[in-house]
Design a protein around this ligand. Structure first.
Ligand SMILES: Nc1ncnc2c1ncn2[C@@H]1O[C@H](COP(=O)(O)OP(=O)(O)OP(=O)(O)O)[C@@H](O)[C@H]1O
Ligand SMILES: Nc1ncnc2c1ncn2[C@@H]1O[C@H](COP(=O)(O)OP(=O)(O)OP(=O)(O)O)[C@@H](O)[C@H]1O
Ligand SMILES: [Mg+2]
Ligand SMILES: [Mg+2]
Lengths: 165, 157, 157, 165
């Protein structure tokens, strides 16, 4: 199973429709400070169901919507779609590919979609249960996580073992 | 659930010792499950002793050593149950050149079951990648992907 | 004491805006003293808006942008009352090449009143230093200073 | 005012007497992970009176004493001396140079010395009051300080302004 495509529109610093095609193997994402690399990570977390605004570095969920630049007005909504190849049949459904989408509007309403069909967050969580996807501590690691993984407060560490079990 | 947890814990523990040994070229490490009435409540303690050094608390390790211990733990878990994709956001920043190469070698050994997406400012990490994506902000405040992707060809003499 | 604090605050605030402007090549920043009955109790809030971007909370800035804001604050304080020496332990790790050069230029502009000791893994920072000290552990667990010190000669054409 | 010499014996990973001569200007300290660079910073903080073991990454003060390596036994004491040039007469005493030393023994006892003469920590703190030295947040900056300087919890930030005032 691997990520094959990420499509972003209106999410954080990506106002226009942006498509990123991934392959298996090792990809590196590079660029100057503040150009949007970690925002791509936020987009992947968000479309997979991240509910905590602080993990996305905001105070409220609507702060992920592009809030304007010098030349562009703020966006009215944010949408991210992630396509996953099911090449090892790890996912429990009969698709070769699965596309998960999430939208949010300025008024806070939003929806999730599975291959274009509206669904609940629960459907996405169930789809990925036991695959190692969705427990973000397991799939995403950043500098600040080193301290928390090693800290006296062992609960984050504990959660990883439960994910692996 | 308790037996499954204990079994998983033992596997991760063994892997942790082995991955640690690769990253630290020796030394010792261990994971200890605190004795509690309920193993589902007990804390997991980490011990790490780099080669040639005496055992100290984790906090006394250096910035780069701590990063390697965290990486060893993550990969020890992946050896039990791989994550299909793994996103690493500048985790290579505190590593010196030698440790960076060991880290990159470890990453490549895991690509059979895990797709890696590594955000980095480090040239050596960029060299090790199969594909490179550049992100820029030509228009201020607006991100754009510049597909700097090259897919490595074998080097012809 | 209250007047001295307010006066110092205003000076640091002006400096912060100017140093920020140098590091971010534009943009805006500010320090706001929260209105409290007792200015000696009030919190100091930081605002930072990189060039071309709209104002967001500090937390929404990137890793490198946050490091630059913290550096700008530190140097803004030094312009009011320099620290005779300043030790920077790998603060350059999250900076890209361009920001790193701006940071190094800033450091050099402050050497009249401040001695800098910078711990780094970065080659560009090493190039900018007047003297280099190497620390090694040939004997495991035992640190040794290898004085790699060179004092820069002007480059002859 | 600048640091001209640091002498360490028995402190953290420096069992043997180690001397480091500094000059004014910009010095860089380099070396592999875990070789002892941050330990040098800890030594400078410690000799200038740092009292919090956590800042020095330990739980107790005696943990700064060299606790042995593969080939060497633990040390019985730790001593650090820092020599400071008073070239701008910022320091209030009539010396061209000031050497501050601190020792600690395994039993927890220790002493401070000013130019070789035993003194109290208070004497050293008084010597440096209002010079910008000793308020470590002011003179030492590390990666983890970026988060705390910018955090909602503004007290560390506040302390810096008071030092500058
Ligand atoms: N809702 C939003 N609307 C517009 N821009 C946003 C929004 N949220 C964040 N940003 C912008 O995204 C930038 C941060 O991007 P990001 O964290 O991805 O940088 P980065 O490439 O990871 O940089 P670094 O190398 O420093 O870590 C901020 O400067 C901010 O201006
Ligand atoms: N009391 C002690 N006795 C002996 N060794 C110690 C003691 N305290 C710390 N150390 C050693 O010092 C090492 C950490 O050194 P330090 O933090 O200075 O590394 P560093 O050069 O800053 O590395 P990095 O580049 O990773 O930050 C630890 O590995 C530990 O073995
Ligand atoms: Mg980032
Ligand atoms: Mg260090």
């Amino acid at each position: 199973m691997y990520l094959s495509e990420l499509e972003i529109i209106g999410f954080k610093s990506f106002p226009k429709k942006t498509r990123l095609v991934f392959k298996a193997g090792v990809s590196a994402i590079v660029g100057p400070n503040g150009c949007g690399k970690t925002n791509l990570v936020d987009a992947i977390r968000w479309v997979l169901g991240e509910q905590r605004p602080t993990v996305l570095r905001g105070e409220r969920m609507d702060q992920v919507i592009f809030n304007g630049s010098m030349d562009q007005k703020p966006a009215g909504m944010s949408e991210v779609s992630l396509t996953i190849e099911n090449n090892k049949n790890i996912l429990p459904i009969e698709y070769q590919q699965v596309t998960i989408s999430r939208r949010v509007y300025r008024d806070g309403t939003g929806e999730y979609l599975l291959n274009g069909i509206p669904c609940r967050l629960k459907d996405i969580v169930d789809l990925f249960s036991d695959t190692g996807v969705g427990a973000f501590a397991y799939s995403v690691m950043e500098q600040s996580m080193v301290e928390s993984l090693l800290s006296e407060n062992a609960w984050e560490r504990r959660a990883l073992f439960e994910e692996a079990a | 659930a308790k037996d499954l947890f204990l079994e998983t814990f033992q596997k991760v523990r063994g892997n942790f010792q082995s991955v640690f040994g690769q990253l630290f070229e020796g030394g010792e490490a261990d994971l200890i499950l605190e004795e509690m009435l309920d193993p589902l409540e007990s804390k997991i303690e980490i011990f790490a002793r780099p080669r040639g050094k005496r055992l100290l608390t984790l906090s006394q390790l250096s910035g780069g050593e701590k990063a390697l211990v965290a990486i060893a733990l993550l990969f020890a878990l992946y050896l039990v149950k791989p994550s299909p994709f793994c996103i690493l956001d500048e985790v290579d920043a505190p590593l010196d050149d030698m440790n960076l190469q060991r880290f990159l070698t470890l990453v490549k050994n895991f690509t059979a079951n895990t797709q890696f997406i590594i955000i980095t400012h480090n040239k050596q990490t960029m060299d090790a990648a199969d594909i490179l994506y550049g992100v820029t902000m030509e228009e201020p405040g607006v991100s754009k992907i510049v597909s700097v992707k090259f897919e490595k060809e074998p080097v012809l003499a």
